[in-house]
Design a protein around this ligand. Structure first.
Ligand code: YSA
Length: 358
């Protein structure tokens, strides 16, 4: 008797499924036959447990097979309805929150670099770039760091392979281009772009040079072998350290979004005279002393100074006519201060848990 019932149910259900015209009526049918509460087939399946074992063995598999058959029929019909009318509303609930699509975003170093670019552009600086593979001439000699000068030890260098250099030497001889015959290296700082820019431009001007630099150093929490610097150079008549102090104070106040005190300390870089080290008052503790500033109240942020006459001469400028200031900051160090990041290696770890926070 139950088997007949199943057979009738099957015929009726398949007929109605076939005849259904839209997603909504199809969904109603699904509820009518397979709905968890009160579906026709569900009701039969629920009574199975009360049947004698012999009947149960007969009807159980048949009822389950019918359920699968009907589910297939519903799926098939829905597919047909959707292909004939893709906009068909099925059991779509438009009030459900949508699936969140993960969008990419900028790396924290790019964010800080962009911010620095914008601040300097607003201060009327132009943004300039230079090559990462550099010649010994621009990276050292033209910056008043002659061969065998002990100051070269300040920049541990990745030298490029001899073959590359020999090939370049050939082309440079052929093309009669100066300096290319020099040894090649991965630039250890962005300062070589100072000379490159001065060779092709006349003052007055003010530029910044963001870029990647390389040092053959052991890595630790504040040192990488590959990092970024932003160079600055302003050249004209009557440029003084007072101009530098104003520009740099303005820059840091805009970057950290509050007025920050800066401190200039005497230092040595061969391409400036006098040379300076610039500290900003610790942005975390405001100068009281904390773990970020190692209790000193100050953070060392850049090297700077007044352009050395020998550097002007290397760029074929007359040092008697001009003055300029220059500076170079480490981008990672600034980003570490701004976002309170404890270890420089996190920037290059590729760890999405870190990157996703920005
Ligand atoms: C100085 C005077 C100027 O007139 C112009 C530029 C300069 C800066 C000079 N060219 C220079 O490279 N100085 S530096 O070796 O002290 O580096 C500058 C900054 O780069 C440092 O203050 C630091 O923030 C960062 N830096 C240096 N070595 C690093 C590093 N950041 C990450 N990893 C390293 N290994």
């Amino acid at each position: 008797m139950k088997l007949d019932e199943l057979d009738n149910l099957k015929k009726q259900a398949l007929k109605e499924i076939l005849a259904s015209k839209d997603g909504k009526s199809l969904e109603n049918l699904r509820v009518k036959f397979l709905g968890r509460k009160g579906g026709e087939l569900t009701k039969i399946l629920r009574t199975l447990k009360d049947l004698p074992i012999v009947e149960k063995r007969k009807i159980g598999p048949a009822a389950n097979a019918l359920r699968e058959e009907l589910e297939q029929a519903f799926k098939q019909k829905l597919k047909e309805l959707l292909t004939s009318n893709p906009q068909l509303p099925t059991n779509l609930d438009i009030t459900m929150p949508g699936k969140k699509i993960a969008v990419g975003h900028l790396h924290p170093l790019t964010l800080v670099e962009n911010e620095i670019r914008e601040i300097f552009k607003a201060l009327n600086f132009s943004v300039v770039e230079g090559p990462e593979a550099e010649t010994e001439h621009y990276n050292f000699d033209a910056l008043n760091i002659p061969k065998d000068h002990p100051a070269r030890d300040m920049w541990d260098t990745f030298w490029l392979k001899q073959e590359t250099r020999d090939k370049k030497q050939e082309t440079s001889k052929k093309n009669n281009t100066p300096h290319v015959a020099d040894r090649l290296l991965l630039r250890t700082h962005t300062s070589p772009v100072q000379v490159r820019y001065m060779e092709t431009h006349q003052p007055p001007f003010q530029i910044i040079v963001p870029g990647r630099v390389f040092r053959y150093e052991a890595t630790d929490a504040s040192h990488e072998i590959n990092f970024y610097q932003v160079e600055g150079l302003m050249v004209g008549k009557d440029i003084t350290l007072a101009n530098f102090k104003y520009v740099i104070q303005e820059f840091f106040s805009r970057l950290f979004k509050k007025t920050v005190a800066i401190r200039l300390r005497p230092s040595y870089f061969p391409f400036v005279e006098p040379g300076l080290e610039v500290d900003v008052q610790c942005v975390k503790c405001g100068g009281k002393g904390c773990n970020v500033c190692k209790e000193s109240g100050w953070l060392e942020v850049m090297g700077a100074g007044m352009v050395h006459p020998n550097v002007f001469e290397a760029a074929h400028y007359n040092p008697r006519d001009l003055q300029g200031f220059a500076f170079g900051l480490g981008l990672e160090r600034i980003a570490m201060i701004k976002y309170n990041i404890p270890d420089i290696r996190l920037f290059y770890s590729g760890d999405l848990r870190f990157i996703k926070q920005f």
